[in-house]
Design a protein around this ligand. Structure first.
Ligand code: TYM
Length: 331
């Protein structure tokens, strides 16, 4: 039977954190054996807010190196940089012409970024059109599924709407892809505030643990992570949101069930639990960091992997675009 296709990306903006790992990258790695997996670094999405050119370049290479360090295997998955496939932008434009302005203005991420960016550098059209480029990133590979964290669900819903719209106007062209969310871990919360998601745009660096954070930093951040009232280590997101978030992280990074952890830590205090969580994160992130350092040193090899990935992705993207252009009457 033909393998199903999965597509997803991460932005090349700032540092990647354990929320990105648990909600997204870890899933990509799990999918690469069963699916035709396309994983990319969304550099064009990163520039929807102003970026320093040197930093953008570094963040893009870093994100690609982290994919590889997390054991995304370029022999199994297609790994590439979004801007290397110009067809994404081409399809993005076409989808823009079919997207009501109101739908883009209603997007939660747009509203949030408009708020935070607007005060700093003003809001540009790219930020508003972010979701149509994302829809193009996805639809162009006609995937069955898109592994993402919960914060991307609204964008995926728009992607499905656009696929339906295109198909009903121009004939069956795109698949309506399903979102693939982890039952737990689709929304890892901030360590400093369990009511908000862990996010690279947080102004407080104690909100997240970066995949490349040093040992002492990891220990410190876990130690000062907020907890809830009471002493019990129990999973109860309503009454104990902070501890439940830490339990989720512990469970997904160790592979142990939350119930098992609750039993293990029954009668123990927060300090013991946090100490073990810090050790666990160090144990899991150290091999990723070692691999990352090796990969990032050999830029030539990394660029070759990305060029090979782009070549495979481009072939499919070009085929889709040919069909799309013919269907809408472009010469
Ligand atoms: P980005 O770069 O913000 O995040 C990358 C992935 O990490 C997930 N994620 C989380 N998961 C769990 N808990 C969290 N706290 C958390 N924070 C982030 C995100 O849901 C995402 O899956 N627009 C996308 C990038 C993108 C894309 C695409 C994704 C561009 N084109 C096409 C899928 C398909 C973004 O900004 O993700």
């Amino acid at each position: 039977m033909e393998k199903q296709t999965a597509v997803s990306g991460i932005q090349a903006s700032g540092k990647l954190h354990i929320g990105n790992y648990i909600g997204a990258i870890k899933q990509f790695v799990e999918l690469q054996d069963k699916y035709k997996m396309f994983a990319f670094v969304a550099d064009l999405h990163a520039i929807t807010v102003p970026q320093d050119p040197q930093e953008l370049r570094k963040n893009t290479l870093d994100a690609a190196a982290i994919y590889l360090a997390c054991e995304l295997d370029p022999k199994k998955a297609t790994l590439f940089i979004q801007s290397h496939i110009q067809e994404h932008v081409e399809l993005g434009w076409i989808l823009n012409t079919m997207t009501p302005l109101g739908e883009l203005e209603r997007m939660t991420q747009f509203k949030e970024k408009k708020e935070s960016q607007g005060q700093k550098q003003g809001v540009h059209a790219g930020l508003l059109n972010y979701p149509t480029l994302m829809a193009a990133d996805i639809l162009i590979y006609r995937p069955d599924t898109v592994p993402v964290g919960e914060d991307q669900l609204q964008h995926l819903e728009l992607t499905r709407t656009l696929a339906r719209k295109f198909n009903s106007r121009f004939g069956e062209t795109f698949k309506e892809p399903r979102a693939l969310l982890k039952k737990e871990g689709a929304k890892i919360m901030g360590l400093d505030d369990p009511s908000k998601k862990m996010s690279k745009s947080s102004l407080n660096p104690n909100n997240y643990i970066e995949l490349l954070d040093q040992e002492a930093e990891i220990r410190r951040k876990i130690q000062i992570a907020v907890t809830d009232s009471g002493k019990e280590i129990k999973f109860n997101p309503e009454e104990k949101p902070a501890v439940s978030n830490l339990l989720t992280i512990f469970s997904l990074m160790s592979g142990k069930e939350i119930k098992t952890l609750e039993k293990e830590y029954g009668g123990k205090n927060y300090a013991e639990f946090k100490k073990d969580l810090g050790n666990l994160l160090i144990e899991k992130l150290t091999p990723i960091q070692i691999a990352y350092k090796k990969i990032i040193k050999d830029e030539k090899k990394l660029l070759k992997i990305l060029a090979d990935g782009a070549k495979s992705a481009r072939a499919i993207a070009q085929e889709t675009m040919k069909e799309v252009k013919t269907k809408i009457g472009l010469l």
